[in-house]
Write a protein that binds this ligand. Structure first.
Ligand code: AMP
Length: 526
């Protein structure tokens, strides 16, 4: 067979030649919508590539983006790698000091930034970030992105190799410094092909996709590249991620599949429940949910609303798709309780991901009881961090240690029970906080629940549950304890329930338990 290198050219060429008229819709900062096509977008991406090479970008250089989800960001997703460079998507939700650290650690030479993010850019520069050149999207004049494209010289783009670095993302790093993960052309292409499979995320041309997940989070889960490959209509929400704005796009652009973290879907569910009949959505819209656990109740609620949640699990280090909770025919035929319980698990590994769950006795049995750490191996799993940090995250036989704790059922579905760092050790016994949280979020009055360990004089640590109630709902600690009691060992039940307005979150919308633990560090047990 031929030695065809698995580079982004394949997707760019296909999008340009066969998905030419496929539509890309972008929400602009003034809330207006702009429309373009894959044909036009790739044409501009090639211009960007030539302009970057003309401006001195060399193979392997890093070019950063500080942008929302819109067509120009998609151009950068193609144009930067087609220039032989690496696209480094900066996470605009991080603290400016952290963004500056990350940009300098990566050695980003150029930056492409949205005009509406210039105030943030100023702060990043004040925090010590250095870019040789900066191009502004949405602005006119000398430093504008459009001017860069308009001046693109007529030159040949470098020939790419599949091992070239295509993209770079930093982990959100709730502990320690953020660490960089480099994706190759080959890893990205294989990831896209497998993520699109029917038994994975099942993306096809006839669909309209809305990535609510930002393009600065693990490549928006690969959706921009998948959409271009299959030619699906792509709807980009820009800076507006609040429920009414997302629902408006879903309704008006006839979205058939959207992707985002549970927080987004909790907001959407509440908005749909608050105004029944207001939004006319396509029947059976699928929402891909990942980044944090999707509570079973949320999956049930969306079924009730005629929409459907599909859970996937992954991380920055896994490109990110690792597992998908898609029911096989025998599970589809199971009773309702089993179906929902299974859909609320993280699922089975997709093809080309080798996954095992190990504890100190070795690989755990598929008994749905014994838990251990999830370890993965495969062509789109990171083999190291930029700079070679924490090599101990990789086992001697080549698996990446995810830090996620799970058990495995007889069908091979993993169920995450915690992060290793969040497990509570009470009187020498482990308590898994995510299990408690998922159960608590099944209570009709509870909007969100986060459980943390707080120092205890007798047990060393005991669980405290921080609860956010649904609007207008009420319930007591005793009611919640009684609600949990039938399904958990007595020592697992939180000793304290505190009712708060909001749970602190990371830039990716995950519970920020470090902050919560800090908040309740001096909690007085009674
Ligand atoms: P990040 O690298 O920021 O994408 O974070 C990855 C982490 O998010 C994983 O290690 C998990 O702890 C968590 N995560 C991702 N998807 C899920 C999911 N479906 N359910 C529970 N946790 C998840």
């Amino acid at each position: 067979m031929m030695d065809a290198q698995l580079t982004l050219d394949w997707i760019a060429d296909r999008a340009e030649r066969y998905n030419t008229d496929g539509e890309i819709v972008s929400r602009r900062p003034d809330r207006s919508l702009s429309r373009t096509t894959y044909g036009q977008m790739i044409g501009r991406a090639r211009k960007l590539a030539r302009a970057l090479v003309g401006a001195g970008i060399q193979r392997g250089d890093r070019v950063a983006t500080l942008m929302w989800n819109h067509a120009e960001h998609l151009e950068a997703y193609f144009g930067i790698p087609l220039a032989g460079a690496t696209i480094h998507t900066l996470n605009l939700r991080l603290h400016p000091d952290e963004i500056a650290y990350i940009a300098n650690d990566a050695g980003d030479r150029f930056l492409i930034v949205d005009d509406v993010l210039l105030p943030l850019y100023e702060k990043i520069v004040a925090a010590g970030a250095r870019f040789e050149r900066v191009f502004v999207v949405g602005a006119g004049g000398d430093g504008s992105y459009d001017k860069l494209l308009a001046g693109a010289p007529d030159l040949a783009l470098p020939k790419l190799a599949e091992t070239d670095a295509l993209g770079l993302c930093y982990t959100s790093g709730t502990t320690g410094k953020p660490k960089g993960v480099v994706y190759s052309h080959r890893s990205s292409l294989l990831h896209v092909l497998v993520a699109a499979l029917p038994d994975s995320l099942d993306f096809k041309r006839s669909m309209t996709l809305l990535p609510v997940v930002p393009m600065f989070h693990v490549n928006a889960w690969g959706i921009p590249y998948i959409a271009a490959m299959v030619g699906a209509k792509l709807v980009m929400p820009g800076p507006y991620l609040d429920p009414p704005s997302v629902l408006e796009l879903m309704q008006n652009e006839r979205v058939t599949c959207a992707a985002g973290v549970p927080t987004i879907w909790i907001g959407i569910r509440d908005a749909l429940d608050a105004e029944p009949g207001r939004w006319k959505l396509q029947p059976g819209i699928r929402m891909v949910v990942g980044g944090s656990a999707a509570p079973e109740q949320l999956i049930r609620d969306f079924d009730r609303l005629g929409l459907s949640l599909l859970q996937a699990w992954g991380m920055t280090e896994t490109s990110p798709i690792g597992t998908v909770a898609r029911l096989s025919p025998e599970l589809e035929a199971a009773d309702e309780a089993t179906r929902y319980r299974t859909r609320a698990k993280q699922g089975r590994p997709v093809p080309l991901v080798d996954l095992r769950v190990c504890n100190e006795d070795g690989e755990v049995p598929r008994d749905d009881k014994t838990s251990g750490e999830v370890q993965v191996r495969g062509p789109w799993i990171s083999a190291s961090y930029v700079g070679g940090h924490t090599p101990e995250r990789w086992t001697a036989d080549g698996y990446f240690c995810t830090g996620d704790v799970a058990r495995v059922d007889s069908h091979g579905f993993i169920q995450l029970t915690d992060r290793m760092a969040d497990l509570i050790k009470s009187g020498g016994e482990w308590i898994a906080t995510q299990e408690l949280e998922n159960a608590l979020m099944g209570h009709p009055a509870v909007r969100e629940a986060a459980v943390i360990g707080v120092a205890h004089p007798k047990w060393s640590e005991r669980p405290l549950a921080a609860i956010v109630l649904k609007q207008g709902a009420s319930c007591t600690a005793d009611e919640l304890r009684a609600f949990l009691a039938p399904n958990f060992a007595k020592f697992w039940l939180p000793d304290a329930f505190v009712f708060i307005d909001a749970i602190p979150r990371t830039s990716a919308g995950k519970f920020k338990k470090t902050e919560l633990r800090q908040q309740f560090r001096d909690y007085r047990w009674t």
